[in-house]
Design a protein around this ligand. Structure first.
Ligand SMILES: *[C@@H]1O[C@H](CO)[C@@H](O)[C@H](O)[C@H]1NC(C)=O
Ligand SMILES: *[C@@H]1O[C@H](CO)[C@@H](O)[C@H](O)[C@H]1NC(C)=O
Ligand SMILES: *[C@@H]1O[C@H](CO)[C@@H](O)[C@H](O)[C@H]1NC(C)=O
Ligand SMILES: *[C@@H]1O[C@H](CO)[C@@H](O)[C@H](O)[C@H]1NC(C)=O
Ligand SMILES: *[C@@H]1O[C@H](CO)[C@@H](O)[C@H](O)[C@H]1NC(C)=O
Ligand SMILES: *[C@@H]1O[C@H](CO)[C@@H](O)[C@H](O)[C@H]1NC(C)=O
Ligand SMILES: *[C@@H]1O[C@H](CO)[C@@H](O)[C@H](O)[C@H]1NC(C)=O
Length: 367
């Protein structure tokens, strides 16, 4: 019986008592950085209520001898503060023909639940994915999404292999592999196979069917998943899933009313309403980057130095960094437009000194 029950018990509302995390906190586990509001151990993460463990992780020694962060039983692969996302490892649901017992093994319904946490499934980044040659599977949820009409949603797709030789690596468009988008605002789901479609009769060519919700950008279909049934073996049975998180399940407008709980504590930070429903995130203002959840966490981007993507002024040596931006100023005794044009020697004392202030946009932060 394959049952993934993610016991993320929470009373996630009201949110965020914004205590600054101590300097002694562990900020890395194995290869994974753990930026605040996430953290390991009491006082090191954003505390959002009695039993809410969204941001409280553990760093555990795993069977392969490496340390890895977990949120309850769910392994965390990475956290992005700039995007308000976390990548976790999600179990594949396999359903395979067993030559010994001459029956199908596995394939039972697999339920995953983040409903009492501050996580939501990213509808933009994930796809429900089915691999197989006679495989129809569904992803469903009984929860009420404010974006869905009715109380449940269900979607799915069918993968077939009409011509075995036509399977292609990297292509997931129905041949041995299919994908379906999921709706916005979902945080629990069930993965089930339609039993009428199974690999009993085609086991010599394709023994297994697989179904999983997976990060679309990560997934790369291999023909051997179908022909050799090695999707589990090649991934360790788990694949990345992208979760959106919020620091409070209220709108920015409501969050800003309670200054003790408001999580955007850095100067030069802004509040961002979550696209998944009531909930908010913080971001550094334009021209700043860093961690908006920490005092002084948002730092000015030096657009003129190495921090900038490329030198922003058309005239070399004219860039002056300013808080939240930069300016391109022509050197003394010259005049012109150092930002898009040239600087020329002043013809008269009346030549105006032109400097153009530019509000820069922060560079893209990554995982
Ligand atoms: C991680 O370690 C803690 C403390 O030893 C333990 O309670 C927890 O169950 C472990 N979690 C996982 C996912 O192994
Ligand atoms: C924060 O700002 C950056 C740069 O403007 C943007 O790329 C990112 O998506 C923003 N993050 C959120 C959570 O809005
Ligand atoms: C196939 O079924 C046999 C008998 O029920 C069982 O012992 C064996 O572990 C199964 N094989 C696999 C790969 O699950
Ligand atoms: C697809 O890639 C795998 C290696 O990942 C390779 O073994 C297989 O032969 C390739 N399939 C086709 C049809 O090229
Ligand atoms: C597999 O499919 C066959 C034919 O559609 C059906 O008769 C059989 O009951 C299915 N087996 C399982 C285990 O669902
Ligand atoms: C699969 O191949 C074996 C021999 O390799 C054969 O005995 C068996 O009948 C085949 N099964 C099917 C369903 O074609
Ligand atoms: C503000 O937030 C704090 C900490 O979560 C909480 O104790 C307090 O009751 C809140 N105040 C209001 C007016 O909601």
């Amino acid at each position: 019986m394959l049952l993934t029950l993610i016991a993320v018990l929470a009373s996630a509302w009201p949110a965020a008592a914004s205590q600054p995390p101590g300097g002694t906190c562990q900020r890395r586990c194995g290869d994974v950085d753990i930026p605040y509001p996430f953290g390991i151990g009491r006082g090191c993460y954003l505390y959002t209520g009695e039993n809410d463990v969204t941001f409280g992780l553990t760093c555990n020694l795993t069977a392969d001898g490496t340390y890895r962060p977990f949120c309850f039983e769910v392994e965390v692969l990475g956290v992005s503060v700039a995007r308000g996302q976390a990548r976790v490892r999600n179990e594949i649901n396999p359903w395979c023909y067993n030559d010994t017992s001459r029956s199908m093994d596995g394939g039972s319904s697999m339920w995953t639940d983040f409903s009492d946490s501050s996580f939501m499934l990213s509808d933009e980044d994930n796809r429900f994915t089915v691999v197989g040659c006679n495989s129809l599977a569904y992803v469903s949820s009984s929860e009420t999404s404010q974006f869905a009409t009715g109380s449940t949603y269900m979607t799915g797709c069918m993968a077939t292999c009409p011509g075995a030789g036509r399977l292609e690596n990297g292509s997931c468009s129905g041949m041995g592999c299919c994908q379906a988008a999921i709706p916005r605002g979902i945080n629990s789901f069930d993965v089930v196979f339609e039993e009428k479609f199974n690999t009993t009769a085609i086991a010599n060519f394709s023994r297994c069917s697989y179904a999983v919700l997976v990060e679309a950008a990560w997934f790369d279909f291999r023909t051997t998943y179908v022909t050799a049934g090695d999707f589990m073996a090649s991934t360790g049975g788990k694949v990345p899933l992208v979760l959106d998180w919020v620091v409070g399940k209220v709108t920015c407008q409501e969050a800003m009313r309670n200054t003790t709980a408001y999580a955007c504590v850095s100067s030069n930070s802004v509040c961002v309403d979550s696209r998944n429903g009531p909930g908010y995130l913080c971001n550094c203002s334009r021209g700043y980057q860093g961690n908006p959840y920490l005092q002084g966490g948002c730092r000015d981007i030096d657009e003129c130095g190495d921090g900038g993507i490329s030198y922003p002024c058309s005239v070399p040596g004219t860039c002056i960094n300013t808080p939240g931006g930069f300016r391109c100023a022509c050197p003394d005794k010259t005049t012109g437009n150092a930002y898009t044009g040239t600087c020329e020697a002043k013809k008269s004392q009346l030549g105006a000194h032109i400097a153009i202030d530019i509000r820069a946009s922060p560079t893209e932060a990554q995982y």
